[in-house]
Design a binder for this molecule. Sequence first.
Ligand code: PPY
Length: 311
Amino acid sequence: MRATPPTRFAYLGPEGTFAEAALSRAVASSEGARYPAPSIAAALSAVRIGDADAALVPLENSVEGSVPATMDGLADGEPLLITREVFLPVSFVLAVRPGTELPDVGSLASHPHALAQTSRRLTELLPRVVPLPIASTAEAARLVAAGKYDAAVCAPLAAERYGLTALVDDVADHPGAVTRFVLVAPPGPLPAPTGNDKTSLVAVVGDRTGALLELLREFAVRGISLTRIESRPTRERLGVYSFSLDCEGHVADARVGEALAALHRVSDDVRFLGSYPRADGRENKPLEPTSTDAAFTEASGWLADVRAGRA
Ligand SMILES: O=C(O)C(=O)Cc1ccccc1
């Protein structure tokens, strides 16, 4: 009997990123093999071309908002599905080569989200240094160790991993920041409904009055609560936007399935991005009796009777 090959997980690398820490939370190390990818786009593309079975990438942060490379990477290109979400508290250190002091720091690099979350503190500490945005926090740490930059904003573990010293601990402007990561896979069987799920999608609405209201109405009338909504440029031309949103519930739930089908009718384009267990420690709102699967089933039965001349 041939053994099944281990699941190959790509993550935003190199070793020591928050994405790697999030992957460790999502799947036990015995569950598969892990491969660092040099960028978010590379991690997604590894899944699309079959080099990886799933990718773990950052999606949004409680301080800085969404991660455009992931939002746009999921909205465009071959479809991918979110199968899990993972929430990770993030804290940053200012890491340098041993022996470096603050006045020696002439260059500093990190992931744009890490720089955005530490910018006030960095300006106080290093007023003359212009921070450089690069692919990840751990890549910044690696390049500091290699002598390319003097300092990195990264996880304490990344500083350790690359033999750096944490010159300043906790450099975040807003303590308690949390980043939401997602595990994405090629289209396939969806995670089973758990009763506390979320569904993600992207809808492109036409340039007409009330188009956004039409979209929102499909959720509201079915008693579905949204947990995130934001607009993204479609990159076709200025003024044409898509809406990226998450709602409570699973596409297998009647209300969510019907809302998605309605969106398909009223939008120019809808991309389903997955239904997966909610992992932010919160419970979906209680349903009105009119929004339960039982209410939808009962209503379809009634309609069938009406159509058959039985009611
Ligand atoms: O660069 C990393 O380590 C990442 O995983 C992306 C990121 C950057 C800053 C905050 C959270 C995630």
